[in-house]
Structure formats: structure tokens, C-alpha cells
Design a protein around this ligand. Structure first.
Ligand SMILES: Cc1cc2nc3c(=O)[nH]c(=O)nc-3n(C[C@H](O)[C@H](O)[C@H](O)COP(=O)(O)O)c2cc1C
Length: 309
């Protein structure tokens, strides 16, 4: 009997629904046992968010600073496949998911084990995934597949609807002209087909072109404008703001409140003003960057790290 571990942290329950659907092909058979491990911060992040708390997690998310977690009960800690399911906060893995990768348990369970990453995000995730690829490699794990479920709304629309979702806790429509927030029910149900693909490869004990097939089945889609913007914004903007805020103190420190507030004003400005300007530049220069864009689409669709290419 093969042992599958699904590690996850979900605030709203969206990612929980995703993992349950993904795991369906592995359930109700004598060939597999599925262990669901819900990562639990000692002090959890409340959902829905208040504006102050939402922006206060920015520096620790961007700088990958872990929080304290409760120890998970993982039995004999011996698994044949790990599914690491995470959401993205500020182009970084959510703090609880990232924190797990710093634990001694992670050091023990990832070593020499095949890993699938399963993401439930809005639409900006490639920077977070690059970090996770490196982290899994450092832990001795073997990343064999990546599946990304995303909000399909157009970028600016998605920002409005996810804000409603995050601050109200409701995923429904908040005005007739806006779509429902988050990942669609159809995509959440549809993730089962990726579970089936992974199961077939797992049964054959050969993961060689698993990711290629997942990409063919549309498990990952790269939007070159978003991946370009994301990489630039993370490096040139996010890391600078995070360090600037951290100089004043850690999570919730009153001394950093003013800086967090200024960032909270800057953030929508960057999204609503700077990002559309960047989009125009992206379109103008895209014809001259076609080769690079194609290379990036191929790279970010895959599971290998740049140095191993
Ligand atoms: C603080 C915060 C920052 C977020 N930043 C991003 C982001 O940079 N990129 C993205 O695609 N989604 C982002 N999201 C959306 C999450 O990835 C995720 O889709 C949403 O929080 C629902 O996940 P859940 O299952 O944990 O509730 C962010 C969410 C939160 C709470």
C-alpha cells in the first residue's frame, strides 16, 4: 500500500476543496492511504482579513520569515508521495506553508521523496514557485509535478473580486457586473483529472514526462505579461518595501504601523496605475522579446530549477 501525504494550509477553505478533489482518485482503494496534514500556526491568521492585518503580513511573506507552527501528527513520517498544496501571499508562499519547510519534520519527510506542488492562487505565482522549487531541492525532495489553479478573471477585475473575498470572507458576486471571486467551482471540481494523471504515473513508477502531460492537460498556464511583471515587481519593489518596514520591527509592532500604512496606499496605486503602464510597454516590446518569452513560458511551466536546465 502506497502512502500519500497532502500538506496544506487554507484560510477560506478554497485550497481545502482543491486538495480533496485532487485526492479523489487515490481514495476508496486498498492501494493507497491518504494522510491530510493541515498546517496550523500557533497563532493563526484570522479570516476574513482586516486591512491592517492584510498589509502587516507583507514583509514576513516577502522575506520568507517563518511563524511558529504546531507539530503535525504524521505517524511514522514515511511517505511515497508528498503533495505540497499552498496559496500565494505577496508573490511568496503563504507564511504558514513556508514555515513548515523550516521544520525538522520537513527535513525528515521530504528527503528522497517525490513531491507534487498544488497551488490555489489569484494569478501571480511564478516567483513563489521558484522559491519553493529551491526549498524542496534543499530538503532533498524530488519535485516531479506542478499544478496551478488560478482565478481566470482579467487581472484588474480579479484584484477587485479577490479583495471582496479576502475582506468579507464571501466568494459570491458583490455586484452584478463582477464575476464570482476566486477559482471557479468548475476548475476546483476539474482538478480530479490531474489527480488521475498523477496516479497513472505513480502506478508506473516513472515520472519522467509527468509534468509535460500535466501541461498538455492545462494544469499550468503561463501568462508572460504577468510573469514578467511579477518578477520585476518582486525584485525591484516588494523586497525594498519589506526591508524598509522590517527595520521598524516584527509582526504587529506598533513602530512599523506608519510604514505599513504608507505601503497600503502605495499598493493599489502600483496595481491601478503602474501595472497598466507596464502592460503597454510589455505589448510594445513583446515582438522583440518573442524568443525570451517562449523560453520563459517553457521554463515556468516545468519543474526543474534554472541551474539544472
Ligand atoms: C495576504 C494575501 C496576499 C495574496 N497575494 C497573492 C499574490 O501575490 N498572488 C496570487 O496569485 N494570489 C495572492 N493571494 C490569493 C491567495 O493566493 C489565495 O488564492 C487566497 O488567499 C485563497 O486561499 P485559501 O485557500 O488559503 O483561502 C493573496 C492572498 C492573501 C491573503
Amino acid at each position: 500500500m502506497s502512502k500519500i501525504l497532502i500538506l496544506y494550509y487554507s484560510q477560506s477553505g478554497q485550497l481545502t476543496e482543491i486538495i480533496k478533489n485532487f485526492a479523489k482518485p487515490f481514495e476508496n482503494t486498498d492501494d493507497y492511504t491518504v494522510t491530510y496534514a493541515n498546517i496550523k500556526p500557533v497563532t493563526d491568521y484570522k479570516f476574513p482579513w482586516s486591512g491592517a492585518r492584510f498589509f502587516d503580513v507583507f514583509p514576513e511573506s516577502v522575506e520568507h520569515i517563518p511563524c511558529e507552527l504546531e507539530t503535525l501528527d504524521l505517524g511514522d513520517e514515511n511517505f511515497d508521495l508528498i503533495v505540497f498544496a499552498y496559496s500565494v501571499w505577496y508573490m511568496s508562499p503563504s507564511i504558514p506553508s513556508n514555515s513548515f519547510l523550516f521544520t525538522d519534520q520537513a527535513k525528515r519527510i521530504f528527503k528522497d521523496t517525490p513531491v507534487i506542488t498544488l497551488l490555489g492562487v489569484r494569478n501571480m505565482w511564478v516567483v513563489a514557485q521558484e522559491y519553493i522549487k529551491q526549498k524542496i531541492t534543499d530538503l532533498g525532495g524530488n519535485l516531479i509535478g506542478n499544478i496551478v489553479l488560478r482565478d481566470r478573471a482579467e487581472n484588474l477585475t480579479g484584484i477587485v473580486t479577490i479583495s471582496y473575498f479576502m475582506f468579507s470572507g464571501k466568494k459570491g458576486r458583490f455586484a452584478w457586473f463582477f464575476p464570482k471571486a476566486g477559482i471557479s467551482e468548475k476548475d476546483i471540481q476539474g482538478v480530479e483529472k490531474y489527480g488521475k494523471i498523477v496516479k497513472d504515473y505513480f502506478n508506473n513508477n516513472d515520472f519522467d514526462n509527468l509534468q509535460e502531460n500535466l501541461v498538455k492537460a492545462k494544469a499550468v498556464k503561463i501568462n508572460p505579461y504577468l510573469s514578467t511583471t511579477e518578477q520585476m515587481a518582486y525584485k525591484r519593489v516588494f523586497t525594498k518595501w519589506s526591508k524598509f518596514i522590517l527595520k521598524k520591527g516584527g509582526p504587529g509592532d506598533p513602530a512599523r504601523k506608519t510604514r505599513v500604512r504608507i505601503f497600503a496606499w502605495y499598493f493599489p496605486f502600483a496595481i491601478l496605475v503602474i501595472a497598466p503602464i507596464e502592460y503597454i510597454f510589455f505589448l510594445i516590446f513583446a515582438p522583440f522579446r518573442l524568443k525570451l518569452i517562449k523560453k520563459e513560458i517553457k521554463y515556468f511551466s516545468g519543474v526543474k530549477l534554472k541551474s539544472n536546465n
